[in-house]
Write a protein that binds this ligand. Structure first.
Ligand SMILES: [Mg+2]
Length: 321
């Protein structure tokens, strides 16, 4: 049998009482779910309906990227108020379906419920990984390099700018930061390419914030980590945002931010293969430190050679209202 599921993977799709799915032989079934609640995970004033759907898809796809798993099938539940325009609901589902389709997944079932209060969306994503080939949070070893994709912190900064500046923020030079929040990218293709390179020993996606998610990975692996400030990718726009918002740059970089980027533990002997794969995938990837055998100790080595605990707290970027 081929390693990847084909058209026969959906035996019975939507339209019946339940879907019947067929993962390829030799593969394990992978499952994740995420819910967005209006006002808490998205603000209607800032998001087009399509963008809300796409972002929910990316949140789930990001979990698949973190496991190096291939997404296949999705189940969508929506709690919508009676006055919700049908066109907007269709646009939301289109945005979600398009983001899933870009990674080879499709909606195979769903449910629409009427609510009186806040609206919500829940997506369950199913897929597959060859036996024993998926990544976990627990595989990192002391001495492994610590890599990060993209520029974590941008989504949280964009959300904070929207809250502080209101409508002004969207039409200005801050737009790339707002886009990081509103229109994040999927890292599934990169993860599947990296899986073949055998360079990655553990992974997690940045759904809470770099510092918080790194702590989860370190806890699962029983390790600590050192971040070298000088290796962190320069981000002049984020620096300007820190000034404008009057918060420390480190708070934006390492604090709460749902960027849906990846934190990877990389076998140092496979560093070149890892970097080459990222280049070929068109995704920026930086080696920003390494893992240590000091469990739970997350240390920032500053540009002046100082050492201190990695800041990871900050603000509640979900408090949108
Ligand atoms: Mg995750």
């Amino acid at each position: 049998l081929p390693a990847e599921a084909g058209p026969d993977d959906v035996v019975i799709g939507s339209g019946d009482d339940a879907a019947i799915l067929r993962p390829p032989a030799g593969h394990d079934l992978v499952a994740t779910t995420d819910a967005f609640v209006e006002g808490r995970h998205y603000a209607p004033a800032w998001f087009e309906a399509r963008e809300i759907g796409a972002r929910l898809a990316i949140a789930n796809l990001s979990d698949f990227a973190a496991m190096a798993a291939r997404p296949r099938w999705a189940l969508l539940s929506i709690g919508a108020r009676g006055e919700h325009e049908l066109d907007a609901l269709v646009a939301l589902q289109d945005g979600l379906a398009e983001a899933l389709a870009a990674e080879g997944a499709s909606v195979v079932g769903g449910n629409l419920a009427a609510v009186d209060g806040a609206e919500w969306l829940s997506l369950t994503l199913l897929g597959e990984t060859p036996h024993g080939r998926g990544w976990t949070r627990s595989g990192a070893r002391a001495g492994d390099l610590l890599a990060v994709t993209g520029a974590p912190g941008r989504a949280g900064a964009g959300c904070l700018l929207a809250r502080r500046l209101g409508a002004e923020a969207g039409a200005t030079a801050w737009r790339p930061l707002l886009d990081a929040w509103i229109r994040p990218s999927s890292r599934v293709k990169l993860a599947l390419a990296l899986r073949s390179s055998d360079a990655v020993t553990a992974a997690i996606d940045v759904s809470d914030g770099f510092g918080g998610d790194l702590a989860h990975l370190c806890e699962a692996s029983g390790l600590g980590a050192e971040i070298v400030e000088a290796s962190w990718p320069a981000d002049p726009l984020l620096e300007r945002a820190a000034e404008k918002l009057d918060v420390g740059l480190e708070v934006l970089r390492f604090g709460p931010s749902d960027d849906y980027e990846l934190i990877l533990a990389v076998d140092p002997r496979r560093r070149a293969a890892c970097e080459e794969t990222a280049r070929a995938s068109g995704v920026s990837l930086a080696i920003v430190g390494h893992f240590t055998d000091a469990p739970g100790a997350l240390t920032l080595v500053t540009t002046d050679g100082g050492r201190r605990a990695l800041p990871s707290g900050g603000f509640d970027h979900f408090a949108l209202s």
